[in-house]
Design a protein. Structure first.
Length: 100
C-alpha cells in the first residue's frame, strides 16, 4: 500500500500524544468513528486511506458498522505512532503543510 502527495489532516494524529486516561482516549475516538456518513463525507478521513481493511469491509459501502469498527482499529494504531517510530505506513519525509 502506498501513498503520495498531500495526505489528510487526520494523519496529524500520528504526532499527537494520546491521552493517558483510557476513557478520554475512547471518547476522542468515538467522536470521529461514531459520526454519521454526512459528517465523514465532509471530514476528509476514512479508514481506507490507511490501507486494505483488516475487517474485510466492503468498498461498496461508504460507511457502515464494519467501517466504524475499522476506524477504531486504524486510529488506535496511528495515534502517537510517529513519536515511537511504530507507524505501519512510513513516509520517507514528513512535511507539515499549513493552509489559510
Amino acid at each position: 500500500f502506498t501513498r503520495d502527495g498531500s495526505v489528510s489532516w487526520i494523519h496529524g494524529i500520528r504526532f499527537l500524544t494520546p491521552p493517558k486516561d483510557a476513557n478520554a482516549k475512547i471518547q476522542s475516538l468515538a467522536k470521529i468513528c461514531n459520526a454519521n456518513i454526512e459528517t465523514h463525507s465532509n471530514m476528509g478521513f476514512h479508514p481506507a486511506m490507511y490501507g486494505p481493511p483488516r475487517n474485510k469491509c466492503s468498498y461498496r459501502s461508504k460507511w457502515d458498522e464494519c467501517w466504524k469498527s475499522e476506524c477504531y482499529v486504524t486510529l488506535l494504531k496511528e495515534w502517537g505512532c510517529a513519536a515511537t517510530d511504530s507507524c505501519e505506513i512510513k513516509f520517507e519525509k514528513n512535511f507539515h503543510q499549513v493552509r489559510n
